[in-house]
Design a protein around this ligand. Structure first.
Ligand SMILES: CC(=O)N[C@H]1[C@@H](OP(=O)(O)O)O[C@H](CO)[C@@H](O)[C@@H]1O
Ligand SMILES: [Mg+2]
Length: 557
């Protein structure tokens, strides 16, 4: 293949209208105001093609979304053929290529950067039998169709790529379908090759039903009613497709979807959704505390996060966040391992970030006797730790983004135990089904929700029982706007500041005054702000504690 120089130049001139803005490929790809994204979409599309070419033409995924951000924003991220996030060593390329287009005065400057990258990565454009394969998806934002055109403009006409357009999907669906399409290609199943949304629904409903059948349970939820807030995002229509599937058997009167107006752009994430509920610790718009026995949950705008909650008999709101989800799974799965006599051969562990509530960490260590690791913020760090340190690696950010990774050894062990003459124990079957119910490529609101519902049903737990396992320490997370957040440099998995010099010792002196106090300060990777987290035993002292830290942060800049 030879790059059609003239065609590329023409598309570049037509597409790349935004110039001279600065932003970076962060924790969640590129994310900013949609109106500034044309140029970056153009270069990200090219980078995805190069990534696919580098990987012998395997499907590489690209998702257009800005998750829980306001409706005016959008973003884009690249997904590896196995459904994981773009290889970290390629993130700088995403920026170099974008900056080359954003700051170039002539097309030639951009082109030179592109050629440099192709040479650096030794990408063989001449390999005639390798066509790049790309899977694209977008969330429900109004700007997405236009940005999709910017993204894909060069793919077929300049790079002869095959593009599988999934239309509107959730982020985890894009991850799952990218991985499944490649698995099918590898297995040589050309009749089935490219996976579809339908495969996703069939697979997860199948696993859910199998688990209920294993326990001989009626396919009813353990709560009278579940309300699902889909943040007026793409989760709404996708969830409806799942619930409308002929194999979905939970009675429809048990589930009600709210905030499902994904066709009204301005409503996206507005006073609803996982981020709103977690940050404000209150019910989203559209919900009134109708019944204290109900369970509620909220997805974020692209349905890769979920948090649960309930109201008690005094109509008080109680949040069941990512920490509560991972501890529920840790409790359930450690018990299953123990019952299957596998607790010594398979290692289960929980991965958290510094934002995990201190009570959850203590509960996992002291009550569940499970190992806990702490990593930097950002799913890729948690994912990596879970995948490399444990056979069952449970990871959730407190905000509800997470999943479970089951190792190769886990699958082999379960399979071999199940094949033994008396091997069909309930615990083994449970572990095997549960592993299928989890979207292991990335955190997935729908799959995580099904796994929580199944766990609660098997353990016969009401939301209140789930919550009672441990009590969260009062906590607060605030944003501080500073002139330059890059001066805030951290160490020890972001729990301590190295810079500005001297600030950490001031923070430590404040912490020492508050029983069970813990606080840390770090620069956000997705917003132009510094985040301050604080937790302590006494709710009435929390504001004062947090304000003192914020005071020192502001004084340091
Ligand atoms: C405290 C917090 O919630 N931080 C979020 C937020 O990262 P920041 O780097 O803190 O802006 O966005 C990330 C991407 O969605 C998510 O992974 C992370 O948990
Ligand atoms: Mg999201």
């Amino acid at each position: 293949m030879k790059i059609d120089y003239e065609q590329l130049r023409k598309l570049y001139d037509e597409t790349c209208r935004t110039k001279n803005v600065q932003y970076s490929y962060g924790t969640a790809g590129f994310r900013t105001l949609a109106k500034d994204l044309d140029t970056v979409m153009f270069t990200t599309g090219i980078l995805a093609v190069l990534r696919s070419l580098k990987l012998q033409g395997q499907y590489v995924g690209v998702m257009i979304t800005a998750s829980h951000n306001p409706y005016q924003d959008n973003g884009v991220k690249i997904v590896e053929p196995d459904g994981s996030m773009l290889l970290a060593s390629w993130e700088p390329y995403a920026m170099q290529l974008a900056n080359a287009a954003l700051f170039a005065t002539h097309f030639e400057e951009f082109y030179a950067e592109l050629v440099k990258l192709i040479e650096l990565e030794k990408i063989d454009l001449g390999a005639s039998n390798v066509a790049p394969h790309i899977v694209v998806g977008r969330d429900s934002r109004e700007s997405s169709p236009y940005l999709l055109r910017c993204l894909t403009s060069t793919m077929a006409s300049v790079f002869h790529a095959r593009v599988l357009d999934l239309g509107c999907v959730t982020t985890p669906q894009l991850h799952y379908i990218t991985d499944l399409s490649n698995r099918r290609e590898r297995e040589g199943d050309s009749a089935l090759a490219a996976a579809t949304e339908q495969d996703y629904y069939s697979f997860f409903i199948g696993a859910f039903n199998e688990l209920f059948t294993t326990y001989d349970m009626e396919k009813r939820l353990s709560v009278p009613k579940l309300f699902i807030d889909t943040a007026n995002g793409i989760g709404g229509p996708q969830l409806k497709k799942l619930l409308a599937s002929k194999d979905w058997v939970v009675p429809s009167d048990q589930i009600e979807i709210i905030n499902d107006k994904s066709d009204v752009p301005k409503l996206l994430n507005s006073e609803c959704g996982a981020d709103y509920v977690k940050t404000n610790q209150r019910l989203p718009k559209g919900l009134s505390p109708s019944s204290f026995e109900s369970l509620y949950c909220s997805f974020d705008g692209d349905a890769d996060r979920v948090v649960f909650y309930y109201v008690d008999s005094e109509l008080k709101f109680h949040l069941l966040d990512g920490d509560k989800i991972s501890t529920l799974f840790a409790k359930f799965l450690s018990k299953q391992l123990e019952m299957a006599n596998l607790e010594r051969s398979l290692k289960i562990g929980v991965v958290q970030t510094a934002y995990a509530n201190g009570s959850s960490t203590a509960y996992i260590k002291d009550t569940l006797h499970c190992p806990v690791s702490c990593t930097k913020t950002g799913v890729k760090h948690l994912h990596h730790e879970a995948a490399t340190q444990y056979d069952i690696g449970i990871y959730f950010e407190a905000n509800g983004h997470g999943t479970i990774i089951f190792s190769e050894k886990f699958h082999q062990t379960i399979e071999s135990e199940l094949s033994k003459p008396n091997g069909h124990t309930l615990a083994l079957k449970t572990l095997s089904c549960f592993a299928k119910l989890i979207n292991q490529t990335v955190g997935d609101a729908m799959s995580d929700m099904l796994a929580v519902l199944a766990t609660l049903a098997i353990l016969k737990m009401a939301p209140m029982n789930w919550d009672e396992e441990y009590k969260d320490l009062p906590n607060k997370l605030v944003k501080c706007i500073v002139p330059d957040r890059s001066i805030f440099q951290t160490t020890d998995q972001e729990r301590k500041l190295q810079n500005p010099v001297g600030l950490q010792s001031k923070i430590d002196s404040v912490i020492a005054k508050y029983p069970m106090g813990r606080s840390f300060v770090r620069a956000s990777g997705t917003e132009d702000a510094v985040r301050v987290y604080a937790e302590c035993q006494d709710m009435s002292k929390l504001d004062q504690f947090c304000n003192e830290i914020v005071g020192y942060v502001k004084a340091s800049v």
